[in-house]
Design a protein around this ligand. Sequence first.
Ligand code: 13P
Length: 340
Amino acid sequence: MNIDTLKATAAAMVAPGKGILAMDESHPTCNKRFEALGIPTTPEMRREYRTMLVTTPKLGQHIGGAILFDETIRDCVVDGRSFVEVLTEQGIVPGIKVDAGAKDLSLRPGEKVTEGLDGLGPRLAEYSELGARFAKWRAVYAITDTLPSQACFSANAHGLARYAALCQKYDIVPIVEPEVLIDGDHSIERSFEVTQHAQQTVFEALADQGVVLEGIVLKPSMVISGSEAKGRAGIEEVARQTLRCLLSTVPPAVPGIAFLSGGQSDEEATAHLNAMHHLGIELPWAVTFSYGRALQAAAMQAWNGQQDNLMAAQAIAYHRAQMNGLAAQGGYAAQMESPA
Ligand code: 13P
């Protein structure tokens, strides 16, 4: 493990005014989004769509890293250059999703544990050869009145920590992603309680496995009211509770925190991030974005599987990246959302 390499990669991923583009949808997830728009669910369309994203002019001004799916890291854009080459030319660090998905947790109805540790070492060695300098592993926690169980917290924390340690062995920065789901009618207080406990359990497990905190990026969900809750907390409250939680769980040695969007609307996700930089709280880590849907949804809709729409879609992709890049430094305002 080379700490300097890990630190340099993490610093590039969360450089000031930059965040991470999550474009690592598995085939079923990508197909679901394509089907909703009537786009054919073929490998060719996935290549064309992802080519549109990574060839967006000047994307690297606001994107420091891009998370790819296995299919894409082995693939070439439509003009024959590899995706890794195109990202590198844009100044964007290539990364790879390595978990094998969230599977049912035995004896715990309604709960998931993320799998993928078997054979992970050799896979990381191969991904490193292919150009990946960071990786991602996502754990999910559903909130109900009685869940998550301690079994869910500890199993997922163990998986994240074992994955993170393996990544660092191969000089790959692990994105550690404990996602507390927004689904449900829970209050923001309940979200706080679950998110804090998930993060505490994860950092204990990281310490147990000897993971070097200077060489990770945390990708948390925000502390937020459930999507079905009545009287959902406002933007400033989400920002305040999210930071209060993170300040209680995340050591200052961690270089960066990059949020997932988790079903928030594009503009909500941007406004929440921006608000975190307006609370007058000094933050020991870079606080930025690692959005999937909130960066891609509008661009995918504009593209709609038609090459004729390429430039319009890229303008929208650039706009969302720019808005979030500004928000990561507190420089965003809703009035900037003029149609791209
Ligand atoms: P969303 O921003 O769409 O939640 O996706 C981020 C991600 O990478 C989930 O693992």
